[in-house]
Ligand binder design. Structure first.
Ligand code: UT7
Length: 336
């Protein structure tokens, strides 16, 4: 393959959707023993959006995907791979939520599958899209991060129910011959020895659905919050340092540092360790809470819709979540 024919992967567009209903800290004060003051101080979260009972993860995803496809100036027929990163799929075993999304969008006869990497799912998906495009197998990948996280939250557990929200983000990752538009680098990793830091014990082959599962509430997310917090700060900081060093890029050259939105204190600690300026750091946790795989594309969409994200802007993505998984990516925005 000559260099003039070489295909790179680029982020051509972004879109996002949040359901309209808001769950505020004041609402949570009426549900569990907590306070607006505690939540704000410990997490930076003021409110999160929650989908109605009859809305599925795929419904959130479809709204985000429509925007991403239109902004890439493509038709649904141009999409040749659909990836959905989620840990709150429409159905836990099958079919994949990516298949349901494809059907709802009218995308027929293309490969479609889900990615299970919790909060790191979107950046994991970016690495899969990049590999498919750069190998020449696909041209226009619809990559979605979508969660109806409220479907696995125990709203009597104050240590988790204050954190999470619902939403979706989507991007078109497309082939380009312009090396200036290319996704520069992605580092993705995992350590399953920390699996119990953040998990939903059921349903699955270990704990199939049963009366016992329901009685013990094993279908709900469980988190060792404080341990996860400490590991997140350490891992995210190290990960960002490595990807910057590996590519000879200084922190001050980054236009938008877009970390996973789990807790303002984690973002602040990582930003401080890397000496990031406040205007470089994208923050949405205050209004959406932690939306897991949707958090990074929703944050990219926020700065896009505010007019702050322009063609060529250098983005640094950094994420951490259940698995444990973590990932970072360096890429310019290649959309209009
Ligand atoms: O997205 C994937 C990755 N996830 C994360 O990165 C999340 C990481 N963890 C966190 O963000 C934080 O650990 C939390 C926000 C979950 C908790 O904050 P913390 O500062 O680590 O608090 P803690 O768990 O050490 O608990 C401190 C105290 C405890 O009371 P005692 O034992 O000191 O009396 C908790 O029972 O705060 C209590 N507490 C609460 N109090 C009021 C825990 N949750 C609440 C609450 N309201 N909602």
């Amino acid at each position: 393959m000559s260099s003039s024919q070489r295909k790179y992967a680029s982020m051509r567009s972004i879109g996002a959707y949040v359901p309209p209903r808001i769950l505020s800290n004041a609402d949570l004060e009426k549900m569990v023993d907590t306070s607006d003051e505690w939540i704000l101080k410990r997490t930076g979260i003021s409110e999160r959006h929650i989908a109605d009972d009859d809305v599925a993860t795929s419904d959130l995803a479809v709204e985000a995907a429509r925007d991403a496809i239109a902004r890439a100036e493509l038709e649904t027929g141009d999409i040749d791979l659909v990836l959905c990163a989620t840990v709150t799929p429409d159905y836990f075993n099958m079919p994949a939520t990516a298949c349901i999304i494809s059907d709802k969008l009218g995308i027929r006869n293309v490969q479609a599958f889900d990615i299970s990497a919790a909060c790191s799912g979107f950046v994991y998906g970016l690495s899969i899209a990049k590999a498919f495009i750069e190998s020449g197998m696909k041209r226009n990948v619809l990559l979605i991060g979508a969660e109806k996280f409220s479907s696995i939250v125990d709203y009597t557990d104050r240590s988790t129910c204050i954190l999470f929200g619902d939403g979706a983000g989507a991007a078109v990752i497309a082939a380009t011959e312009d090396s200036g538009e290319r996704i520069i680098d992605i580092h993705a990793s995992a350590d399953g020895s920390y699996a119990d830091f953040l998990m939903t014990p059921a349903p699955g082959s270990v704990n199939p659905c049963s009366q016992k599962v329901l009685e013990e509430g094993l279908q709900y997310v469980k988190m060792k919050g404080n341990e996860t917090f400490k590991l997140a700060v350490k891992t995210l900081t190290k990960d960002v340092r490595e990807i910057l060093e590996h590519n000879g890029i200084q922190a001050e050259e980054i236009d938008h540092f877009i970390p996973h939105q789990a807790n303002y204190r984690i973002i602040k600690a990582v930003g401080d360790a890397l000496k990031m300026r406040e205007d470089q750091i994208v923050l949405t946790v205050q209004k959406y809470g932690n939306t897991s795989a949707a958090s990074i594309p929703m944050a990219i969409n926020d700065i896009y819709e505010e007019g702050r994200l322009r063609y060529g802007d250098l983005m640094l993505l950094d994420t951490f979540g259940g698995g444990l998984t973590w990932a970072s990516a360096l890429l310019p925005f290649a959309g209009k």
